[in-house]
Write a protein that binds this ligand. Structure first.
Ligand code: IPM
Ligand code: MG
Length: 363
């Protein structure tokens, strides 16, 4: 049996293109790995009523980690219509498979490094090197939503001012969930020689939930007196990041704020083609490019595979293959610095696989 068993989940659209490209790179490395294909995506929603079938969860149970491509998801009306006729009217409802994986497998860290590689024409500013730690299991993503406020809620103080026709989404923040994500950010800062950790919140308005988050952040920060710590409101952070991106280093925040701020950070280092993500728990992790399935480019092998290749780099590091991770990082950096091979987003004409081959050749 191979040393590592990796669930291989291309999913929909360009997920297939970029994972093919990523395999070109991984196959060049001295990595004793077996890749086990696993079903995920829109097709399985339509055919089976579940975009993340149980057999895929079973594969995840017997593998070390997973590489995931991308998924198409559509609004409620379309989702219901595209369901196989025999499954319609059974009350099935679509839920994002990536959000479900994060919750089912307790992948509480969403790690998103955003680095401006020299030579990338899409860099917003040279020298940006940010890492976002997004809490990945709670906050606004717990999936507890109501089309109408349940009548019994009105018995609680303050509820009288909530209109009767309001839809509501609940935001849940726990001390434990907050402490573990902040601790992960500080541990990373320490092991990677980072200069500062910044906690991002909206504690001036979301007094209870972000009160809990910030209390946990301050408590954990006190355990790391050697690492500078500060905090910022989410709105101000958006401005500061655009104004002075070099002032920040490791950013830690709750789920939805992390979703938003990590897209902002990714855009500053080249956008969709560069944003990579690790969904990491205690014993399992799922690595993915942050972009979606881009149906209009599906199967054209046109999009930039670097986000996915950098996600594979994160996977190698997580597996403990630090040398191989450094090799991939170095090869990506070299190709970008040379500036000869560029996909369309960078103004070039290289295909997805051209880019992957160029990176593989420089390993
Ligand atoms: C991300 C994505 C997901 C999220 C979507 C696809 C549910 O935007 O990974 O950032 O909101 O977490
Ligand atoms: Mg997002």
């Amino acid at each position: 049996m191979a040393r590592y068993r990796i669930a291989w989940m291309p999913g929909d659209g360009i997920g297939v293109d970029v994972l093919d490209a990523t395999r070109l790179v991984l196959d060049r490395l001295d990595l004793d790995a077996e890749y086990i294909p696993a079903d995920i995506g829109w097709k399985f929603w339509c055919q089976e009523g579940d975009p993340l079938p149980q057999r895929t969860l079973d594969i995840m149970k017997e593998t070390d980690c997973a590489m995931f491509g991308a998924i198409t998801s559509k609004g409620k009306d379309v989702a219901d219509k595209e369901l196989a006729p025999e499954l319609q009217g059974k009350g099935l409802s679509y839920r994002s498979p990536i959000v479900r994986m994060r919750q089912l497998l307790d992948l509480y860290i969403c790690l998103r490094p955003c680095k401006a590689y020299p030579g990338n024409p899409l860099n917003y500013r040279e020298g940006i090197d940010l890492v976002v730690f997004r809490e990945n299991t709670e906050g606004m993503y717990i999936g507890v939503e109501y089309e109408r406020v349940p009548e019994e809620f009105y018995a609680a103080p303050g509820m009288a001012k909530v209109p009767r026709d309001a839809a509501i989404s609940l935001r849940a923040i726990t001390p434990g969930g907050s402490e573990r994500i902040v601790r992960a950010a500080f541990e990373y800062a320490r092991t990677h020689g980072r200069k500062k950790v910044t906690a991002v919140h909206k504690a001036n308005v979301l007094r209870q939930t972000d009160g809990v988050f910030m209390a946990a952040a301050r408590k954990v920060a006190a355990e790391y007196p050697d690492i500078p710590f500060d905090d910022a409101n989410i709105d101000a952070m958006g401005m500061w990041l655009l104004k002075n991106p070099l002032n920040y280093d490791v950013i830690v925040t709750t789920n939805l704020f992390g979703d938003i701020i990590s897209d902002l950070c990714a855009q500053m280092v080249g956008g969709l083609g560069f944003g990579c993500s690790g969904n990491i728990g205690k014993t399992y992790a799922v690595f993915e490019p942050t972009h979606g399935s881009a149906p209009k480019y599906a199967g054209q092998y046109k999009v930039n595979p670097i986000a996915s290749i950098l996600a594979a780099r994160m996977m190698l590091e997580w597996l403990g293959e630090k040398d191989l991770a450094a090799q991939v990082e170095g090869a990506v950096a070299t190709v970008l610095a040379e500036g000869q091979v560029r996909t369309y987003d960078m103004g070039g004409s290289a295909s997805t696989l051209d880019m992957a081959r160029a990176i593989a050749e420089r390993l």
